[in-house]
Write a protein that binds this ligand. Structure first.
Ligand code: TYM
Length: 329
């Protein structure tokens, strides 16, 4: 059976981008694959979370994973920092990762631009840690959104380099996976770019209906089409993309028709979009809150996951150490 692996950084609650970009796939995959899902809390250290917030953030993401339908018995659900083997593999891979290629990574270049006051080595080697996350379980498939495509390309590069350096066929070349469909980029509500945890443009699974209505009604639009079948500006195309994800086909065609015939009222469209988002998030929010109140369940799930993840990770690390040439005395 092939192995699937994916992770989510513990830098905040899950938004619709995380959910539709990756998590809905996780849930679908459990039946057909050997699945590893984890909370990337080491990765979150690049932005210096306060010690008091770190644990609560990890707990929140765990509850959200579980509420979305991950079964901790069937899959392996764990916290990255619970598996020290990942950090050791990261160290080993760092020896064969080159400054130039790391500096050229788009996400790194973005960080330099957006947070020039905090360009730490953790940011530079972020793709190496991500590669360690993936290949520690020798994963074949990685369900991710479009934004992680380049990081996966780097993972394949590091895996391939390890194989050729030691003349082995040990690591697989992990591929991004969305059941044969294109990877998703869920847009934000600010008219440009993707929905992100730190961009202030997101709708979170735990948002109350009233908060969702407010956010959607404030979403950026334009002055409206002035001729039939006019090409859409980015803010409007983004609203339609969100609608494609959460609304029925009929609803989407209705508003597309209204747009194409210049009759659209963005207020009406937003009202409908907000209600359709609420339909998706309400059962999830209720389940998340239920799980957050159940400490014993979360504790049990994490303990089980830690044990399964360490069993798999330590096997890989032992083999990697042997390949590299570390031998017991
Ligand atoms: P993170 O925490 O930013 O996002 C988690 C997952 O959600 C997807 N995603 C999106 N998909 C579509 N549209 C969006 N607007 C959107 N925003 C986020 C991401 O593609 C991702 O699948 N580096 C990773 C975490 C990570 C990881 C890994 C993932 C660490 N190690 C190993 C896979 C495998 C990250 O920051 O994702």
């Amino acid at each position: 059976m092939e192995t699937v692996l994916s992770g989510i950084r513990s830098t905040g609650n899950l938004h619709l981008g995380n959910y539709f970009g990756a998590v809905t796939n996780f849930v679908k995959m459990q039946k057909d694959y050997n699945c590893y899902f984890f909370v990337a809390d080491l990765h979150s250290l690049t932005t210096y979370p306060k010690p008091g917030d770190l644990h609560a953030n990890v707990r929140a993401v765990l509850a959200e994973y579980l509420a979305a339908g991950i079964d901790p018995e069937q899959s392996t659900l764990y916290v990255q920092s619970d598996v020290p083997e990942i950090s050791e593999l990261y160290l080993l891979l760092n020896m064969n990762a080159y400054m130039g290629e790391l500096e050229r990574t788009t996400t790194f270049k973005d960080k330099i631009r957006t947070q020039p006051e905090n360009v730490n080595a953790g940011l530079l080697t972020y793709p190496v840690l991500m590669a360690a996350d993936i290949i520690i379980h020798r994963a074949h498939k990685v369900p991710v959104g479009k934004d992680q495509e380049q990081n996966l390309e780097m993972t394949r590069k590091f895996a391939k380099r390890f194989n050729s350096m030691y003349g082995v066929e040990y690591f697989h070349m992990p591929e991004p996976f969305n059941f044969g469909k294109a990877l998703l980029k869920v847009p934000g509500l600010d008219g440009q770019g993707k929905m992100g945890k730190t961009s202030g443009n997101g709708i979170y699974l735990v948002d109350e209906p009233e908060a969702i209505r407010k956010k959607v009604m404030r979403a950026v639009t334009d002055a409206g089409p002035t001729k039939e079948n006019q090409e859409m500006t980015e803010p409007i195309a983004n609203l339609f993309t969100l609608m494609d994800i959460v609304s029925t086909k009929d609803t989407v065609s209705h508003f597309r028709e209204q747009y194409n015939t210049c009759q659209i009222r963005y207020g009406d469209m937003k009202k409908q979009l907000a209600e359709d988002i609420i339909m998706v998030t309400t059962p999830l929010r209720e389940k998340i809150n239920e799980i957050l109140a159940d400490d014993a369940y979360i504790r049990k799930a994490v303990a089980l996951g830690r044990e399964k993840a360490r069993a798999s990770a330590s096997k890989t690390l032992k083999e990697v150490r042997e390949i590299i040439g570390f031998r017991p005395f």
